[in-house]
Design a protein around this ligand. Structure first.
Ligand SMILES: *Cc1c(COP(=O)(O)O)cnc(C)c1O
Length: 353
């Protein structure tokens, strides 16, 4: 891909790298490429970060034809810049776009655009443990037309945001509300894609849970309201009798890169991992009889998010509210590989030159 570089003459003052939060600050540059049905991709550029114009009739504003990705760049102790399994994000972006009837970006172009942008922005990558540069690729329908149809014009863009550890104190157990009436996705829908529409449908449940003092929602399957699917922005795993259970990739949950990496690490360390539908009743039963010893979410943003409390209907279950040993081991191992502190035996990291 031929990427034009448009220089930014007004570089920003960098924020305090110890107080970044998540997704609040953006770097000096962004990537943008247009796609037209008659010409394909054209005019790829890295340009100064800033607002873009929309026609009020732009299709994305009405029918939400939009997909995105999320991954991170890490700085190693010897100053190298590493991406983590970017080709997995590229492939997932392709499968999201296929489902939403949007053009596919080749794996090579996707990774190249990210690597070029991150290389230019390397001074924006915080180096403390748990900090990184969050990278957000996204595509949306840009054509101005109100008829419901696939757009003839899309924009594919990438923006970057320096972020700290999701939780200031490192790992901290979160309180999760089990949602038993609203649903996020059903098989046949868009649950397996990373699209804005899935999130639009989830905000009400999230707001309700927050109002009750919980940080995220645990979704049950959309048909029976019975089987555990995933948590807000994360896949979810449960340790029962020292065996790790997680929902299978059934078409309604998101195939997380972190989920896949954690399963690989667990199996490599001789843990038994079972991908099967686990009913909420079975889970509660195991919590009551003490066999459920750990629960945690997995996702790029928080990496591992231990669950301390699970509320289902009238019951609140305390999973001893500590960070369990498996959660801690997984966090240390994955962060270690991502930051280049632990040997990358699975060949997961990609060095940005
Ligand atoms: C992004 C996301 C995840 C986690 O995927 P990762 O690739 O591990 O970051 C899980 N669930 C949903 C709904 C997501 O959007």
């Amino acid at each position: 891909m031929d990427i034009k570089f448009i220089k930014n003459d007004h570089l920003k003052k960098k924020p305090d790298f110890n107080n970044l939060g998540f997704g609040k600050y953006f770097t000096d540059y962004m990537f943008m490429v247009d796609w037209y049905s008659d010409k394909g991709f054209c005019d790829a550029k890295i340009m100064p970060y800033g607002p873009i114009e929309f026609d009020p009739a732009a299709l994305v504003l009405h029918y939400a034809q939009e997909t995105f990705e999320g991954l991170k760049a890490y700085k190693t102790s010897d100053g190298k810049v590493l991406l983590f399994r970017p080709e997995m994000n590229a492939k997932r972006f392709q499968s999201s776009n296929e489902r939403l009837c949007m053009p596919k970006v080749s794996v090579d172009d996707f990774v190249e655009a990210i690597a070029k942008l991150v290389s230019i922005e390397r001074e924006w990558i915080p180096s403390t443990r748990g900090s990184s540069l969050y990278i957000r690729p996204f595509m949306f329908a840009y054509e101005a037309k109100l008829g419901v149809h696939a757009s003839n014009h899309y924009k594919f863009m990438i923006v970057c945001s320096p972020v700290n550890n999701y939780y200031k104190e490192g790992l901290k157990p979160v309180k999760i509300y089990v949602e038993d009436s609203l649903v996020r996705a059903v098989v046949g829908g868009t649950g397996f894609t990373k699209c804005g529409g899935n999130y639009a449908a989830s905000i009400l449940a999230q707001a309700n849970a927050e109002a009750l003092g919980f940080s995220q929602v645990l979704w049950l399957d959309g048909v029976n309201h019975k089987y555990v699917e995933e948590v807000g922005t994360m896949n979810v795993m449960f340790v029962i009798d020292n065996v790790i259970y997680t929902s299978p990739l059934n078409g309604s949950i998101l195939p997380g890169v972190t989920r896949d990496s954690i399963i690989t690490i667990l199996k490599d360390k001789d843990y038994k991992v079972i991908e099967r539908a686990l009913s909420i009743d079975e889970l509660i039963e195991n919590a009551k009889n003490g066999k459920l010893t750990e629960a945690f979410g997995t996702g790029t943003a928080a990496v591992i998010s231990p669950i301390g409390t699970l509320k289902y209907k009238n019951d609140v279950f305390f999973n001893n509210d500590n960070v369990g040993p498996i959660s801690q081991m997984l966090y240390d191992t994955l962060i270690g590989i991502q930051r280049g502190d632990i040997a990358d035996k699975f060949n997961w990291t990609y060095e940005v030159k």
